[in-house]
Design a protein around this ligand. Structure first.
Ligand code: DX5
Ligand code: ZN
Length: 228
């Protein structure tokens, strides 16, 4: 049986002057999910986009919008993103005062919910909330910027989370974010990930000669997954 793999380009590396077109192009090129990085210049040292941009993109695509919150506090922005059309909302557990409450808030807003782990954040946060998770996002760089180098130690963490998910018997997606390229996506998949965020790798490789601009790079990423 072939596994389901999902490619989730991070629009952090897209051209913001033509964001709607970038989203249309990357989905037409075969991407599955739009990864939407929200940074607040407080939890992380960078400032990006909020619910207004999500709301503007919603009519542009039917694709899943996967909102990765790098903000503190977490709760007050969740309903705004749900109203703006987000499908998935993830947050960093150490940025929430009450993790269980934040996860419930996301699900009660009609979205799928997930926790995000930085490279050095322990997995203990998973212990009491597996039944409230639809997705687990492992960072393979420290959050805040696109274009950083993949941290290889993440591979062990992916294997550990894969075991926890399989042991739970639940259908929880395992997403990995940061520094994913054609030369390491197969390792990430073989370690147990099923959903791959790629920002600079995808948007840095758009070719005018491709029918949908990102066809070649998405095909190349998928080809690497074929062996896992
Ligand atoms: C980093 C973001 C990532 C980032 C990925 O804080 O969460 O989604 O944009 O970009 P690349 O693929 O360039 O590492
Ligand atoms: Zn992200």
């Amino acid at each position: 049986m072939s596994k389901t793999f999902r490619i989730a380009p991070s629009i952090l590396s897209a051209n913001f002057a033509k964001l709607g077109q970038e989203v249309t192009d990357v989905i037409a090129s075969g991407a599955d999910i739009i990864h939407f990085d929200v940074m607040d210049n407080h939890y992380v040292p960078n400032l990006t986009i909020g619910p207004l941009v999500c709301e503007s993109l919603r009519p542009v695509t039917d694709a899943i919008i996967d909102v990765h919150l790098m903000v503190k506090p977490v709760d007050r922005i969740i309903p705004d993103f749900a109203k703006a059309g987000a499908n998935i909302i993830t947050f960093h557990p150490e940025a929430s005062e009450h993790i269980d409450r934040s996860l419930s808030l996301i699900r009660d807003s009609g979205c799928k919910a997930g926790l995000v782990f930085n490279p050095a954040t322990p997995l203990d946060y998973l212990n009491h909330v597996m039944d409230k998770l639809d997705i687990i996002l492992l960072m393979s760089v420290n959050p805040g910027f696109g274009g950083q180098k993949f941290i290889p130690e993440t591979l062990n963490k992916i294997r550990a989370v894969r075991q926890k998910i399989d042991g739970s018997g639940r259908d929880i997606w395992l997403e990995v974010d940061g520094g994913i390229k054609t030369d390491n996506i197969a390792d990430v998949a073989c370690a147990g990930a099923d959903t791959f965020v790629a920002g600079s790798a995808v948007f840095g490789a758009g070719k005018e000669t491709d029918a949908h601009r990102y066809d070649s790079i998405i095909r190349a990423l998928r080809a690497e997954l074929a062996g896992c």
